[in-house]
Design a protein around this ligand. Structure first.
Ligand code: UD1
Length: 422
């Protein structure tokens, strides 16, 4: 178990190359099950969630190797199991992504039912409804989803909420189903688009990519792709922009995709930061006072729920009151009690955090509860006076590649140390 020790109070300044997207690669990896063959996914981040997905795929019979340069090699020619056991699913909910490909390509899948998570209940009913609409027989017993189908059939499916995960699973399955699927209210997150583009390159017939209505004409077989390029991680990029803004520093992000960051860049300008976008480079400078600004999380292209916690930390440095409303996961505020330990003034009313910013934060020991909550604590530690210790940084390692090294690169005083503290 590791912890971070942070000496706060120094502005971050420097350049960071944005890593490949975690959420995109987690959707791209299971797509390789749809067409047995050999694949290379470039720009794969070296993260715990990628290791978890790799181990799960290895259990199914996939040969997986991640090279130090970030190229992920997958050989899916000898699949021997169709089961995603609890030990994987409990570590990472995206393990449910193997459901669609196994069902579509091999006619069966057994996947442990994910439970709740640190930010409240997270059902998978829309994934199951989608598979059933496509003709799968689904039983849920003893904590497992058992799915079977001889050949999936195209269907008209409407998602009650534009779920990223359900859209991903339906895209996989419908690509190999017989006939046409019309999916309405589909998620339009860039990670979904990255998957749809990969499937098209494999021979899938998908229209409406990037919109909330997808029309998928199933094909009998897909072809493996030798090389796939992952997209930049928009949440990582947002986190480092916010870190620079919170410490009143400056940062230059290279290999970013500014189009994926519209809502966040807009808000950063609104609070008074200076932004410059040049191709795939985003530069931010933030001096002096910033303006307290409200945000409401929403599906893409709205303000991402995965940036809500970091935004709260930023608003703690703005003199005055701001309101941060969470509409995706109404109870996703695990970071708030920990931020209060640093002296933060935050009230929660329903699904809104009311932040009174401007007071000096004071270093203390705090505990990570989930990935993005942990990021907000690290950012708060970089702002706070004195020393902050962030325990349980394994949460951060799920989604940020060597976060402490990246922050050191920007002049942050942060070290990782092994600890027995839990
Ligand atoms: C993905 C992201 C996660 C992000 C989230 C929302 C990955 C691996 N994870 O998670 O980082 O926070 O999108 O942007 O890409 N819902 C249902 N029934 C379902 C599925 C979802 O009611 O079957 C609800 C959820 O409770 C939530 C909303 O739909 O309120 C959106 O969830 P969803 O988009 O599915 O999130 P994930 O795909 O799990």
């Amino acid at each position: 178990m590791d912890k971070f020790i942070i000496e706060g109070g120094r502005p971050l300044r420097g350049t960071i190359a944005v890593a490949g997207s975690k959420n995109a690669v987690l959707a791209l990896m299971p797509a390789t099950l749809l067409a047995p063959g050999v694949y290379r996914i470039r720009r794969t981040p070296n993260l715990r969630d990628v290791w978890t997905m790799s181990r799960l795929l290895a259990r199914l019979g996939v040969h997986v190797e991640l090279s130090p340069g970030g190229e992920l090699f997958l050989d899916t020619r000898s699949i021997s199991s169709f089961e995603a056991p609890y030990e994987h699913v409990k570590k990472m909910r995206a393990s449910i992504y193997v459901l669609g490909p196994l069902l579509a390509r091999y006619g069966r899948a057994r996947v442990s039912l994910p439970g709740g998570c640190a930010f409240g209940p997270r059902p998978v009913d829309l994934h199951l409804k989608g598979m059933e609409k496509l003709g799968a027989e689904i039983d849920v017993e003893h904590g497992y989803i058992n799915a079977r189908a001889d050949r999936l059939r195209g269907a008209t499916i409407h998602l009650d909420v534009p779920s990223v995960g359900a859209t991903v699973n339906i895209l996989y399955a419908a690509s190999l189903a017989e006939g046409e699927t019309i999916l309405t209210n589909a998620a339009i997150e860039p990670e979904v688009t990255a998957l749809a583009q990969m499937l098209v390159a494999m021979g899938a017939q998908i229209e409406g990519i990037g919109t909330s209505t997808l029309r998928i004409r199933g094909v009998p077989a897909l072809t493996p792709l030798e090389v796939i390029e992952n997209i930049p991680d928009r949440i990582e990029a947002a986190t480092y922009l916010i870190a620079a803004a919170a410490t009143r520093g400056s940062v230059r992000l290279v290999h970013a995709n500014p189009y994926h960051l519209g809502a966040v860049l807009d808000k950063l300008e609104e609070i008074g930061c200076t932004l410059d976008v040049d191709g795939s480079t985003i530069s931010l400078r933030c001096d002096g006072e910033i303006t307290p600004t409200n945000v409401t999380t929403a599906p893409y292209p709205g303000f991402p729920t995965d940036v809500q916690a970091q935004w709260i930390t930023l608003m703690l440095t703005a003199r005055g009151t701001s309101r941060i409303t969470e509409t995706i996961y109404p109870t996703r505020f695990g970071h708030v009690p920990e931020l209060r330990r640093l002296g933060a003034e935050i009230e929660i009313a329903d699904s809104t955090a009311i932040v009174t910013g401007g007071a000096t934060l004071q270093g203390a020991t705090v505990m990570s509860s989930d990935l993005r909550a942990s990021a907000s604590l690290v950012l708060a530690g970089l702002v706070a006076e004195g020393t902050t210790e962030v325990l349980r940084v394994y949460h951060l390692d799920r989604g940020y590649e060597r976060m402490e090294e990246r922050l050191q690169q920007l002049g942050g005083q942060i070290v990782r140390v092994p600890t027995d503290e839990y």
